[in-house]
Design a protein around this ligand. Sequence first.
Ligand code: NIG
Ligand code: FE
Length: 423
Amino acid sequence: MPRAEILIDNARVATMAPLAGARGALAGADQGAIGLIEGAAVAVADGRILAVGPRAEVRAAIDGEPGAELNAGGRLVIPGFVDAHSHPVWAGSRAAEFEQRIAGASYVAIMEAGGGIASTVRATRAASDAALLADLLERLDALMAQGVTTLEAKTGYGLETGQELRQLALLAEADRRHPVHIVPTFLGAHAVPDEYRGRQADYVALVVEEMLPAVAAAWPGVFCDVFCDEGAFTLAESARILGRARELGLRLKAHSDEFADLGCTALAAELGAHSVDHLVAASPAGMDAMAAAGTVAVLLPGTTFGLGSSHFAPAAEMRARGVPLALGTDLNPGTCPSESMPLMLAIAARYLRLTPAEGLVAATRNAAESCGRGARAGRLEAGWPADLVLLRSPDYRDLAYRFGGNPVAGVMVGGRWTIGPAA
Ligand code: NIG
Ligand code: FE
């Protein structure tokens, strides 16, 4: 029998693995199946979960006394949050724009006037590698402090081949230096940069003919995303970009229906995208295409809140149609400058009407599935990496019920406490 290096005892564990051996994202009636075990323990060795389950069973599964033991005092242990959608590589601030929006200017109008994403691109291009990396690492610290252990992270503030490759390299460097695991996504089609203003077709050609081959050569199999919306890329342009990305062996995602439904949701689902994200203006046809393809819906209620809007994604309709739901922060300087997954759970409960349990599955298991990490994150099962969070509360509902504070008492990544008990 193996020896446990760490035993977390006397916990409640939400495994997110209600049905042993079940694969994939949970949807419909299973969306809230958190797999709660009372009087539970988690044994950890070699960075992995050795055993998880009722205390007596876990004790019986390990050899002798554990190296270290933590009495959780009945508090909740969950898998580390997987933030399914973020844009964390940027320089500068958009506080002035925020002020304009609060005074009445719209996000799309600011973007069309050359502000918005393009303004962050100008600041980011001008920043040094060291400055961008320092900011990125600080954001990872803030995410982890609120329970994130895996982060999907997009480029998209470079918008020229060298700059986009630099953003991917910075994400890889941050992944090496920081405990949080990063899943990188190339988002060259995030906006049209200044030098291509009025020549959007030429920029799309650059993405398709130069950026995508360069990205696929340097980062095989990385995700490719596209922002298909009013003021961003058209359906035809998005189809061309995602189609080429797929030919090059990249995995797909899409920003779709954030402001307007251009038809990209069904397109991305039919192309086999892992996820379609935002979905505020999603149509029944788009939702049905996602359900048919098993595409995960990544909902970003912090963005709607961040925009001061009350028009949230139709999560109840998606759930009714059997679309698996995931959550992300959408951390970015324009619409959601927040590193808090617990806040996303709180907003999702109130405005998407996800129950606390549904939100938890969305922020762990389903989020992991949305970014291709379903086999190594988002669940607590024997053999999986020991990436987990110890909460302050014994009640899983507190995660969504309370807001504005930090519910996290400890974070473990790869079997080591990075925050809390013995960090
Ligand atoms: O997901 N929609 C596009 N991208 C981001 C916003 C990025 C920005 O405003 O800088 C989003 O909301
Ligand atoms: Fe986004």
